[in-house]
Design a binder for this molecule. Structure first.
Ligand code: ADP
Ligand code: MG
Ligand code: MG
Length: 211
């Protein structure tokens, strides 16, 4: 399958920024039910700053691009999502390395390393009602599609669909990590905000790859 150019990865970040800005109120509403009502503000502020920084420095390689984004998220977002998304992008960049075109399998491996970074930091497991529950199935679907010979477009579209399914499945779950876990059983019946923003991450990746 065809390599993904850095312009597409940069477009992904712009699209993700636009999505979290457009969905800011929804993400905050989700967080107001089982958290502290700041997830939309956190993601919109963080991604706006991260994309602004990336646009200013215009990185020529994937590692520099995602390092800039990751470091900006860590430094501008105080909540749990800043360090978690920040680590995700830092690991993604470090795994891709100094390249300007990314093979779909290398992208999948980089995204997997990003998830491992999230787990190293937050210790989330499947079913804890966190963004893990959207990201992990998305990466499993992407890996399966690529293993079956699918294009990057199909693999990322499958990832987005799996993320949305994982996001919707968080509604029934009782939170075991993050602020929502303080509510115990009362966290059930509400969608996890981080799984909602993580679904936007994969939907915008699919959109950027589709062009
Ligand atoms: P905060 O909870 O600090 O206000 P945000 O509201 O921005 O931060 O982000 C909350 C989201 O972060 C949750 O919906 C959940 O998906 C995710 N999250 C929280 N703790 C963890 C963790 N330990 N591992 C993975 N994801 C987590
Ligand atoms: Mg919050
Ligand atoms: Mg907070």
């Amino acid at each position: 399958t065809d390599a993904i150019p850095l312009t597409v990865l940069t477009d992904w970040l712009h699209r993700f920024r636009d999505a979290v800005v457009a969905q800011r109120d929804w993400l905050t509403e989700l967080d107001s039910a089982i958290g502290d009502a700041d997830h939309g503000a956190n993601m919109a502020r963080g991604m706006t700053a991260a994309v602004e920084k990336a646009d200013q420095t215009a990185p020529a390689t994937a590692d520099e691009l995602f390092k800039t984004v990751g470091m900006t998220l860590v430094s501008t977002v105080g909540g749990a999502s800043g360090p978690l998304y920040g680590t995700f992008f830092l690991r993604l960049g470090a795994t891709l390395g100094p390249v300007s075109d990314v093979d779909p399998a290398a992208l999948a491996a980089g995204l997997r390393a990003g998830l491992e970074g999230i787990v190293a930091r937050g210790k989330a497991e499947a079913g804890d009602k966190t963004l893990f529950d959207a990201v992990a199935p998305a990466l499993d679907a992407m890996d399966a599609a690529l293993a079956g010979g699918a294009s990057a477009g199909t693999a990322t579209a499958d990832a987005a669909t799996a993320a949305a399914t994982g996001r919707d499945a968080t509604i029934a779950l009782v939170a075991r990590k993050g602020r929502a876990s303080y509510l115990g059983e009362r966290s059930a019946g509400h969608m996890d905000p981080g799984s909602a923003s993580a679904t936007l991450l994969f939907e915008t990746l699919a959109a950027a790859v589709a062009g």
